[in-house]
Design a protein around this ligand. Structure first.
Ligand code: NAD
Length: 432
């Protein structure tokens, strides 16, 4: 079936109204949960095959997050889906005002390769919970996960409700020509622009979950051991191929040496003295990205790591020093296990530099000083972030997750996924 036939099929099905009933949506979410349970081992195997993710990492950063979203959604869906009564202006006597969340219709979800399971299934939960149909386009760079996604969805749902179209850019392009009622895209900023241009043709509302260079700032008074643990976990998870990974490190010059020593100890503790002997360190997704990252290793000087083994697509956790704002590694999102380090003496000019650049997806600040926290939060615009932690803001159901400016638009997770995939129909009913 081509893209046009598939969208027409889903549109006809959507118009029957079946997906709108709460019972249908709840049953679909439960079926999806069962499907994921049934495919548990295949998901782990596919993530190992495509990215060399260990079972522990694959479970905690992909499957567990999706199951958590499913359970949370099932628990709250009835409440979210109910019409909300809001006050009516006194100038309209006898009026009742309500907001009715309703599904958009036929939705498109385009997923990237770095968390290929989570970033396809998590938005799908939002689409289904809001009563839409969905076409999923997984990334071609993780073929095992793409195949299992197609199989799992086929086992759970008829194509008229949820379908997977596997393929490369051409498949995306073909899909983007069609008129969807909502598009949810996760991927790079340049492709985000392509998606938005295509969406503009049909005036299709769109969420763009993009990337960028997310800074980590370690201030003079930070708990350095804790900062090191958190930075290592955030930066080297999935070998740095994480949209919200700290991209570069800004550290106060007084604590630079001690922090770097703590990071070195933490890397050795977590991944072993020689990561090439660690069978569980994820590899770089393909040769093109490996070569791109290898070039950064010639930037500055490796304080830690610095080796790249092409046959294994492996790059060591690396700290780069001798970097400035103009260095090549500071010009694009790194998306690999390389952390450039720059020291500062005064925070204000550093924040100015950050503000001069595209708005990042995340920002991490390590300090106990509430004044510094306040200054950073009020000076820099970024998608979301943490103080004295990395990554964890994205695993909370209560915190909408998304970017701003070049790092994206719109957000999801928890209730926000339901809201994102719903149109809010405002109704005034007058009885006098
Ligand atoms: P990508 O933009 O290259 O690809 C994403 C998807 O778009 C894939 O399914 C791909 O097939 C498709 N695609 C690629 N080129 C296309 C084109 N010209 N037209 C239409 N579709 C096209 O991104 P990627 O390399 O898979 O993922 C890495 C990027 O995604 C990084 O920038 C990362 O920061 C970002 N990312 C963001 C988030 C987030 O939640 N904000 C999460 C993960 C990744």
């Amino acid at each position: 079936m081509n893209a046009h036939e598939l969208v027409s099929l889903q549109r006809r099905f959507f118009r029957t109204g079946q997906t709108k009933s709460l019972a249908y949506r709840t049953a679909a979410l439960k079926r999806l949960r069962q499907g994921i349970e049934d495919y548990h081992q295949r998901i782990l195997d596919a993530l190992r095959a495509d990215l060399n993710k260990s079972e522990a990492e694959a479970y905690s950063s992909e499957i567990r997050l999706v199951l958590g979203e499913l359970d949370y959604t099932l628990e709250h869906l009835e409440e979210w889906a109910a019409p909300r009564v809001v006050p009516t202006s006194e100038q309209i006597p006898g009026g009742t005002s309500t907001i009715h969340p309703e599904p958009y219709g036929v939705t498109l979800i385009i997923a990237p390769w770095n968390y290929p399971f989570q970033l396809a299934f998590s938005p799908l939960i939002g689409a289904i919970s809001a009563g839409n149909t969905a076409v999923l386009k997984p990334s071609e760079l993780t073929p095992s996960v793409s195949k299992l996604t197609a199989d799992l969805i086929r086992d759970c749902f008829p194509e008229q409700f949820v379908a997977v179209m596997e393929g490369e850019v051409q498949t995306s392009t073909e899909l983007l020509r069609e008129k969807f009622d909502y598009i949810f895209f996760t991927g790079s900023t340049p492709v985000g622009k392509v998606v938005m241009r295509a969406a503009a043709e049909h005036l299709t509302p769109t969420t763009l979950e993009l990337g960028g260079k997310s800074p980590a700032i370690v201030h003079r008074d930070a708990d350095l051991k804790r900062a090191a643990q958190s930075l290592v976990r955030g930066k080297f998870l999935n070998a740095g191929q994480t949209c919200v990974a700290p991209d570069y490190l800004l550290v106060h010059e007084d604590v630079r040496e001690e922090l770097l020593r703590e990071i070195e100890l933490e890397v050795a503790d977590k991944y072993g003295e020689d990561v090439t002997q660690n069978p569980d360190f994820p590899h770089i997704v393909n040769e093109r990205n490996f070569d791109r990252l290898s070039r950064f290793l010639n930037d500055g000087e490796a304080l830690l790591g610095g080796r790249a083994i092409r046959e294994q697509l492996l790059i060591e956790p690396t700290l780069l020093q001798g970097i400035d704002w103009e260095s090549p590694v500071m010009q694009e999102e790194i998306f690999g296990p390389i952390l450039p380090v720059m020291a500062y003496s005064d925070l204000d000019p550093v924040l100015e530099k950050v503000v001069d650049r595209p708005k990042p997806l995340a920002l991490y600040l390590f300090t106990r000083d509430e004044k510094v926290q306040h200054t950073v939060l009020n000076t820099v615009s970024f998608g979301g972030g943490c103080v004295n932690e990395t990554l964890l803001h994205m695993s909370s159901h209560e915190l909408p997750f998304g970017g701003v400016g070049e790092s994206g638009m719109g957000s999801y997770h928890g209730r926000q996924s339901f809201e994102t995939f719903s149109h809010h129909k405002s109704m005034l009913v007058r009885t006098v």
